[in-house]
Design a protein around this ligand. Structure first.
Ligand code: PLP
Length: 392
C-alpha cells in the first residue's frame, strides 16, 4: 500500500535532514565554525564528496544549516535549498550564477532588486532588462534575442498584481530560458512556483519565513543541478547564513503554516473592510472577488497572502495623516512579521524612484501598503476605521 502523503504542516514540522544523536526533537545549534576529523582519509572523504559530513560553516557544511535547508526544500517542494544571510544575498548569487546570458525582470519588484539589476549587475557585464506588466507581450521577442533568465515577483510589490507562472514558464522554456521567482510575498504555504513550472524559487526569509521581525535571511530552492553554480558564489562572497540565525529560522518555520493561514484570514477581513469604506478609492488584494487578478490568484495560489494595498480617496496629506493616526499598525518598512505594519510606498520602498517612473508603474502618492499581522481581526479593523476617521 502506498503511504498517503503528509499534509503541509505535518511534513514541515517533521522535515529535518539530521537527527540529533542525543535525541533532541530538533537539530540543536551548532555554532561551530569548523569540524574535526579522526584522520586525513576521513577528511578527504568529505572534501572529495565520498562521504557525507561537516567541514566548515561558511561552506554551509554545518548540521544546523543543513537541517534548515532540508526544511526549506520540503516547503518549496524542491530537490534542495541553499540558505543565505539575507534575501539580497540569495538574489545576488542567483543572478551572478544564472544571469550571464541576460536577465529580464517582469513587472514590479523590490527596490533593492531593481537597483541591483539596473545599477550594479550591468557594471559586471550582465545585461538586464525590465518589462512592465503592460509590456508583457514584448517578452517573446526579448527571449528570442537569447536572454537566459526571466525573473519576477508574484504578487508584485506594492500593487499585488499577479503574473501567470505557468504561462511565463512555458514561453521561457520554449526559448531555453530559466524562470526564477521571488516568492517572498506569497510564501510556499500560499504558492509553490516550482510545481507551477518555475525552475528556481527564492525568498527573503526575513519576512514571513522568519515571521517575527527578528532575523535577516534568504533562501534559494531548485533542482541540485541549478543550485550547483550558485553554491560557489555563496561560499566565496561569504553569504552563507550564520548557524545562530539558521537555528532561529528553523524554529520559526515550524509555525509557518498556521501563521500564514491567520495572516491570510486577517488580510481578507482588512481588505473587505477597506473595500466598503467611503474614504478608500481602490483596494488591491487578489482575494477580493472583484480584483482583476482574482481568477488567476485562485488558479495558482492556495491562499491570498497577508499584504493589502489601497489608495485613499484624497491627497497625499490624507494618506500621511492616516498612517500617523494608526495605533495598532506601526509605521515601518518591512513585512511578514506577527505585528501589523503600514507604509506609504512613496516615502519608503519607492522613495528614490523618479516620479514619472512611479506613475508608469501605477504607484500613486495616496497609496498605502499594509502588512497585516496576527493581532485580533476586530482590533485591526477598528484601528483602520479610527485612523481613516481622523485623516478625513
Ligand atoms: N524580495 C522582496 C519581495 C522583498 O520585499 C525584500 C525586502 O524587503 C527582499 C527580497 C530582500 O530581502 P532582505 O531584506 O532579506 O535582503
Amino acid at each position: 500500500m502506498t503511504e498517503k502523503p503528509k499534509g503541509m504542516a505535518t511534513a514541515n514540522i517533521h522535515a529535518e535532514a539530521v537527527r540529533d544523536v542525543l535525541g533532541s526533537p530538533h537539530v540543536p545549534l551548532y555554532d561551530t565554525t569548523t569540524f574535526k576529523f579522526d584522520s586525513t582519509q576521513d577528511l578527504l572523504d568529505v572534501v572529495e564528496g565520498r562521504a557525507d559530513g561537516f567541514l566548515y560553516t561558511r561552506y554551509g557544511m554545518n548540521p544546523t544549516i543543513r537541517s534548515l535547508e532540508a526544511k526549506l526544500a520540503n516547503l518549496d517542494g524542491a530537490e534542495s535549498s541553499l540558505a543565505f544571510s539575507s534575501g539580497m544575498a540569495a538574489l545576488s548569487s542567483l543572478f551572478l550564477a544564472h544571469g550571464r546570458q541576460g536577465i529580464v525582470c517582469l513587472g514590479d519588484a523590490y527596490g533593492g532588486t531593481l537597483e541591483l539589476l539596473s545599477s550594479q549587475l550591468p557594471g559586471l557585464g550582465i545585461q538586464t532588462h525590465q518589462l512592465l506588466l503592460a509590456e508583457i507581450d514584448k517578452l517573446d521577442a526579448l527571449l528570442a534575442t537569447g536572454v537566459g533568465l526571466v525573473f519576477f515577483e508574484t504578487p508584485t510589490n506594492p500593487r499585488l498584481e499577479l503574473i501567470d507562472i505557468r504561462r511565463v514558464a512555458a514561453l521561457a522554456h520554449a526559448h531555453g530560458a530559466l524562470v526564477a521567482i521571488d516568492n517572498t510575498f506569497a510564501t510556499p504555504v500560499n504558492q509553490r512556483p516550482l510545481a507551477l513550472g518555475a525552475d528556481i524559487v527564492m525568498q527573503s526569509a526575513t519576512k514571513y519565513l522568519g515571521g517575527h521581525s527578528d532575523l535577516t535571511a534568504g533562501v534559494v530552492s531548485a533542482d541540485k543541478n541549478l543550485l550547483h553554480p550558485i553554491q560557489p558564489w555563496r561560499k566565496n562572497l561569504g553569504q552563507t547564513i550564520a548557524p545562530e540565525i539558521a537555528h532561529k529560522l528553523s524554529r520559526s518555520l515550524s509555525t509557518l503554516v498556521i501563521r500564514v493561514e491567520k495572516h491570510n484570514a486577517n488580510a481578507m477581513a482588512v481588505a473587505t473592510f477597506l473595500h466598503g469604506h467611503k474614504a478608500v478609492k481602490r483596494v488591491y488584494y487578489p482575494g477580493l472577488a472583484d480584483s482583476p487578478d482574482h481568477a488567476l490568484a485562485s488558479a495558482q495560489m492556495s491562499g491570498f497572502g497577508g499584504m493589502v494595498t489601497f489608495e485613499v480617496n484624497g491627497s497625499v496629506q490624507h494618506a500621511t495623516r492616516f498612517i500617523d493616526s494608526l495605533q495598532v499598525f506601526s509605521l515601518a518598512p518591512s513585512l511578514g512579521g506577527v505585528e501589523s505594519l503600514a507604509t506609504q510606498p512613496v516615502t519608503t520602498s519607492h522613495h528614490d524612484m523618479a516620479a514619472d517612473e512611479r506613475t508608469a508603474r501605477g504607484i500613486s502618492d495616496t497609496m498605502i501598503r499594509l502588512s497585516v499581522g496576527l493581532e485580533d481581526e476586530s482590533d485591526l479593523v477598528d484601528d483602520l476605521d479610527q485612523a481613516l476617521a481622523r485623516a478625513f
